[in-house]
Design a protein around this ligand. Structure first.
Ligand code: 9YW
Length: 428
């Protein structure tokens, strides 16, 4: 693919456009990632979008997170999709998941970014009303984090597993390639993909991957979506560096909120989660590749390679001096090889693909977390570079779902909510 035409938009125009995108994708109390391709409420998109709303409408920002947590399951899970209104443009819809919820939802979760998004809202709105809203959201998030620690880390290893590539939010990342082989996709009920009606097939997961994704949904459904049974029996149970680092960063945010909101009984519980994760993350260290990487908990084998999720180690505030030095080395090597950082997969690996979703492209909202982590941990030159790359992508190519890491071409869906929210959050 050749480089798309560059736009060169100034900051004020970008902010206006970003605001128009998220208000345009607002469906009343929740925001869709983009019209058509993703017509429902997605969990981590929604929390990031709340940060975007916070730049101009705090009340609407709180409402986004409140709507999300309102669909929490009795076991504490907050699902990855809430199907508010049936829409024909997305597969798999509510009937395929068949979770039996009053408002239908999917049957697994998505990376728990909501706590640090809520903390940000509280920082901007910490009067009596803001505190009351934060306290209610806090209680839901506390139950959700407990769900992650109980059901997705049943061995108390300090790392959390995902039960479906969609649960990681990084659908077709090479991190899952090896572990997915244990999932038989050959017998799934016939289905029609709807994503390919919106987006070029070369930017999307393959048919083999989709067959396995659907097989995992069918398996979860056969267990009645019981989280404990899924943890024991799911053929796919892989510790994810992305979810583990995000949960740790989110636990730290939850701890600060607990102290501020005087939720003193919760403080020691969260402290224990954090302490366990701080040592547990060493299990994700793949010494042969010198990177944090996915760990298949069924086979104890590492999979994938240097991903943008692994780069979230800084955001989580973990890593020995040697581990950090190795990750910074990867950061510099990969940035030197691509036009824009942070690539979602290592360009020195044969399964890298600069345009195919989570196998190479750059995601602006991931950059937001990576850049923040680098700055917080004292790697300011790298943090600055991440921001400059993000700015160049958004001002040059618009608010796309993601971008080719080599030439910056916008890819996937357009007018994308969390890309717009990322800009508003940076610019504010
Ligand atoms: C899908 C909405 C979602 C994101 C995920 C992303 C993609 C859905 O879109 O998954 O059907 O492929 O991978 O992280 O939440 O933006």
């Amino acid at each position: 693919m050749g480089a798309a035409e560059k736009l060169h938009v100034d900051d004020a125009t970008l902010s206006r456009e970003a605001q128009a995108i998220i208000t345009g994708n607002d469906r009343g109390g929740y925001t869709v990632p983009t019209a058509g391709l993703y017509p429902y409420q997605w969990n981590w998109d929604s929390a990031i979008v709340a940060m975007g709303f916070a730049a101009f409408d705090l009340d609407r920002a709180w409402a986004e997170i409140e709507t999300l947590v309102a669909h929490q399951w009795p076991d504490g899970m907050i699902p990855h999709i809430v199907f508010h209104k049936e829409a024909p443009t997305y597969f798999p819809g509510p009937n395929v998941w068949d979770t039996g919820r009053p408002v239908p939802t999917s049957g697994h979760s998505q990376p728990p970014v909501a706590a640090f998004c809520a903390e940000e809202l509280l920082a901007r709105d910490n009067g009596a009303l803001g505190q009351a809203r934060a306290a209610r959201v806090f209680d839901a998030l506390m139950r959700w984090h407990r769900w992650w620690h109980d059901y997705r880390d049943p061995g108390a290893l300090g790392i959390v597993a995902i039960t479906h590539p969609w649960e990681s939010g990084r659908d077709n990342s090479p991190d899952w390639d090896e572990a997915l082989k244990a999932v038989d996709g050959s017998n799934v009920a016939p289905y029609e993909r709807r994503d390919l009606k919106h987006v070029d097939a070369k930017m999307r997961p393959t048919k083999e991957e989709y067959d396995r994704y659907i097989a995992l949904v069918e398996f979860g459904r056969s267990l009645g979506w019981n989280a404990r049974d899924i943890g024991q029996r799911n053929p796919f149970f892989v510790a994810d560096p992305g979810t583990t680092f995000i949960l740790l960063a989110a636990d730290r945010a939850l701890l600060r909120m607990a102290k501020f909101l005087n939720k003193i009984d919760d403080v020691p519980v969260i402290e224990e989660w954090i302490a366990r994760a701080e040592t547990g993350v060493n299990r994700l260290w793949d010494a042969s590749q010198e990177t944090f990487a996915a760990l298949d908990l069924r086979t104890s084998k590492h999979g994938g390679g240097v991903s943008n999720a692994a780069m979230l180690c800084f955001f989580a505030g973990v890593g020995s001096n040697d581990q950090r030095a190795a990750m910074i080395g990867h950061f510099r090597r990969i940035r030197a090889k691509t036009g824009f950082g942070v690539a979602s997969h290592d360009p020195d690996q044969p399964n890298f693909d600069s345009i195919r979703y989570w196998r190479g492209p750059v995601w602006a909202f991931m950059n937001m977390m990576i850049g923040r982590g680098l700055n917080e941990q004292g790697y300011e030159a790298e943090g600055h570079q991440v921001w400059e790359d993000t700015r160049a992508l958004l001002s040059g190519y618009g608010f796309a779902e993601y971008f080719d890491c080599n030439d910056g071409s916008p890819a996937g869906g357009g007018a994308f909510s969390w890309t717009a929210a990322t800009w508003l959050q940076y610019a504010a």
